[in-house]
Design a binder for this molecule. Structure first.
Ligand code: SF4
Ligand code: SF4
Length: 497
């Protein structure tokens, strides 16, 4: 059924020790950590994805239910809808600015504590649906890359078809210190991940599914293997492989995967699909896709790690749009006084000042409390350790000096724009110089004006003659049999349990 391939890795980066990886601590108890959060209010930004802003389709004073669409793409734009994760009343619609400087409208919802579901949210009795219908479900469920990239999943599926990819990669490589949300999700919902991967592979006509995971993730590997064995008869015709990678940060980033698996250094503007004939989805994204297919549940909640440097880690399932302060409220005795609040995980996240008005979005896998970020404790000694760990092969000490000195052209000449803002350099620096955020900020600002795999191959919404958002709508495709659709999923006769 599945084979394992071992020991792939990119070079550089670093391996989290037991102090940074909570799941390796003897006190770690994953079983008791998952609970659902029911916030008092939601703040739902209309732009939580790579692409264009949605348009609110509700008005202040209107009541909404769980799973209801409250923001829809404008015609001709690259966007996927936004849904409510609580029932309640819309109290306001106004512009907000997210910590990453995204400015967009947001819908504010006051919860009614009734947890009323929208009538469209119900288990699908028969998941024997066509590939085009799967695409439609995923698009209409508003699913985006939940590992942080935020690219609409329908866009990647269409690109995979366009480039005739040969492999679907399920990214189970969460490697940032303190982050655990993907691993918890795998242990709890391994069956959903496997079935979601099959559905997505079927949708883009791929027969090889590769699970990418660190070899030390024994519990998660066992959970996934058991899930495969349970449902193997339902997806014969698909080849599953485990590909074991060395535990390293930031191993899950698509460029590191390209280097580790295919020996390819992707250029700016290149994706895995075109160069490596592979398409990669984060495991939480895959889970969300199966949830949408089997339960008709759009992406309106997600697993989030709440962690503190003191050693506390809790994973919760929270509605998207939950203010960060309400997440911290779920943890007894936690205090944000004298701490830096991080929106995101501790290396790649962003510092925020007001957690009451900052919501988690579709790409937020964690929130952290860390010791106040300090100024450098000593000058640079030229030890070179930052360059040793930089996964992009940069010289962070030099770039930091150039950017701080206002020599932006020189920094660009030394490839500062290639920085992926992983902060491995800051972490390793014995002088505590926070160079990652400076170089990463510089690179992000430049990239906004630069190319990206999803715009470089065509105009905003099209690749050749294929719309990146094309799919059947659920209503039309389920009401008729599409004989012409040769990608029908392997679920004949199978009813969801
Ligand atoms: S790790 Fe810190 S001290 Fe060493 S070269 Fe880099 S910036 Fe300088
Ligand atoms: S933050 Fe940028 S410069 Fe620093 S290690 Fe990561 S990629 Fe290299």
């Amino acid at each position: 059924m599945s084979v394992g391939r071992h020991n792939y890795s990119f070079y550089k980066g670093f391996h989290s020790d037991n102090a940074l990886d909570f799941s390796k601590r003897s006190s770690f108890d994953r079983d008791v950590m998952l609970e659902r959060v029911y916030p008092r209010k939601l703040i739902l930004p209309m732009r939580q994805h790579y692409g264009d802003e949605c348009v609110p389709v509700v008005k202040p004073g209107e009541t909404v239910t769980i799973g209801q669409c409250i923001g829809a793409p404008a015609p001709g734009t690259m966007a996927v809808p936004v849904h409510s994760g609580i029932s309640g009343t819309v109290t306001d619609i106004r512009p907000i600015v997210l910590p990453d400087d995204t400015t967009c409208k947001a819908v504010f919802i006051e919860g009614d504590r009734k947890r009323t579901f929208h009538p469209s949210v119900r288990p699908r009795n028969n998941v024997n649906v066509s590939a085009a219908t799967v695409m439609g479900i995923i698009r209409d469920a508003g699913i985006v890359g939940m590992g942080g990239e935020g690219i609409p999943t329908i866009v990647k599926l269409n690109r995979a078809k366009r480039f005739k990819v040969k492999e679907l990669l399920v990214n189970c490589l969460q490697s940032e210190p303190y982050a655990d949300s993907d691993y918890l999700m795998i242990c709890e919902y391994a069956d959903h991940v496997i079935m979601g991967a099959v559905a997505m592979a079927g949708a883009c006509a791929v027969r090889v599914i590769n699970i990418l995971i660190s070899k030390d993730r024994k519990n998660e590997i066992t959970a996934l293997r058991s899930a495969m064995e349970r449902s193997f008869s339902k997806y014969s015709g698909y080849a599953f492989n485990f590909i074991y990678l060395k535990p390293r940060f930031p191993q899950g980033y698509y460029r590191m995967v390209a280097r580790a698996l295919y020996g390819v250094n992707l250029d700016e503007g290149e994706g895995l699909e075109g160069r490596c004939r592979a398409v990669m989805f984060n495991c939480s994204t895959v889970y969300a896709c199966w949830n949408a297919i089997a339960e008709s549940m759009p992406l309106c909640s997600r697993t989030v790690s709440i962690s503190t440097e003191d050693g506390l880690l809790r994973n919760v399932i929270a509605p998207i749009g939950t203010p960060v302060s309400e997440l911290f409220d779920t943890v007894n005795g936690i205090s944000t006084t004298s701490k830096t609040i991080v929106w995101g995980n501790c290396f790649t996240g962003l510092q925020i000042d007001n957690p009451d008005v900052t919501p988690i979005i579709k790409t937020t896998s964690g929130v952290c409390l860390i010791t106040k970020i300090q100024d450098a404790t000593a000058p640079c000694t030229g030890c070179g350790r930052c360059a040793d760990v930089c996964p992009m092969g940069l010289e962070p000490d030099k770039l930091y000096r150039l950017i701080n000195g206002g020599h932006e052209n020189a920094a660009a000449k030394f490839n500062a724009e290639r920085c992926i803002n992983c902060s491995a350099c800051s972490y390793i620096c014995p002088s505590n110089i926070s160079m990652g955020s400076v170089i990463g900020g510089f690179a992000a600002a430049k990239r906004k004006k630069s190319s990206y795999p999803y715009t470089a191959v065509g105009d905003r919404q099209w690749v050749d003659d294929i719309s990146l958002l094309s799919a059947d709508t659920v209503k039309t495709s389920e009401s008729r049999t599409k004989k012409s659709d040769s990608l029908t999923l392997p679920f004949e006769g199978w009813e969801s349990e």
